[in-house]
Design a protein around this ligand. Structure first.
Ligand SMILES: [Fe+2]
Ligand SMILES: [Fe+2]
Length: 229
């Protein structure tokens, strides 16, 4: 839907992403943080990233509805604000938490492997391995804690919802910060010309994990927590 530029610029990035998930691709294209940084207005985000506001409005207005090509991207083709809390919780846990529980250890194995073999020529791999290890340890703890909290929300037994949300947002910011650093160190997971098959696979996995975490955090910070907070 066409949107007046000024009204869109004054909206928060997270609000735009939750109301119109088809616009997320444009945020990703320009590297605009729509998950942990979702509370910023589009105007402030454009200023921070040095992007011409009118250019982005034009692109956002052109963004079309997406066809979901798999269950992981299903939420990108739907009006997630219309989902009820229980459905949203089940979706987040069954799709995004399950994805991480499977792929975190797989990516860990490959990141370790390429850091051991290729760090002479690619010293950034050592730092990426350290960051990834810190992030995965924090994430596993977070998933366990969050699942307990979300189970309490479903049964109406949550005793301190605001504190639980505050804790979750804190973890999300920590993880989001590490993702940005890894993205910077790997130049956006660009595969170097001398990369072997394991190197390519490791970077593909890291990119997939990173993309998934961003949608996951967006669904929690900008959609679910707004409904229950
Ligand atoms: Fe989660
Ligand atoms: Fe979370």
């Amino acid at each position: 839907m066409e949107n007046n530029g000024d009204s869109l610029l004054s909206k928060s990035v997270g609000e735009i992403a939750s109301e119109n998930p088809e616009k997320i691709g444009i945020f990703k294209k320009y590297g605009i943080d729509f998950c942990c940084g979702g509370s910023k207005s589009l105007k402030d985000a454009c200023e921070e990233y040095g992007i011409d506001g009118m250019l982005i409005i034009e692109e956002l207005n052109k963004a079309c509805n997406l066809e979901a090509d798999d269950e992981k991207n299903f939420s990108l083709s739907k009006k997630v604000n219309d989902w009820n809390v229980n459905f949203l919780i089940d979706y987040i846990i069954n799709i995004h938490h399950t994805f991480l529980r499977i792929h975190i250890p797989e990516a860990s194995e490959y990141v370790e492997k390429i850091a051991n073999v290729h760090s002479n020529r690619h010293p950034e791999l050592i730092k990426i391995k350290e960051l990834y290890t810190k992030m995965s340890e924090a994430l596993i703890l977070h998933l366990d804690k969050e699942e307990k909290f979300l189970a309490d929300i479903k049964t109406g037994n949550s005793s301190d919802t605001k504190k639980e949300i505050g804790d979750a947002v804190y973890y999300h910011e920590y993880v989001g910060h590490i993702l940005k650093e890894m993205n910077f160190l790997s130049s956006g997971y660009s595969i170097p010309p001398d990369a072997c098959a394991s190197y390519k696979h490791a970077y593909e996995l890291l990119r997939e994990v990173s993309d998934d975490i961003m949608i996951h955090i967006h669904l929690e910070n900008n959609v679910l927590f707004k409904k229950i907070g």
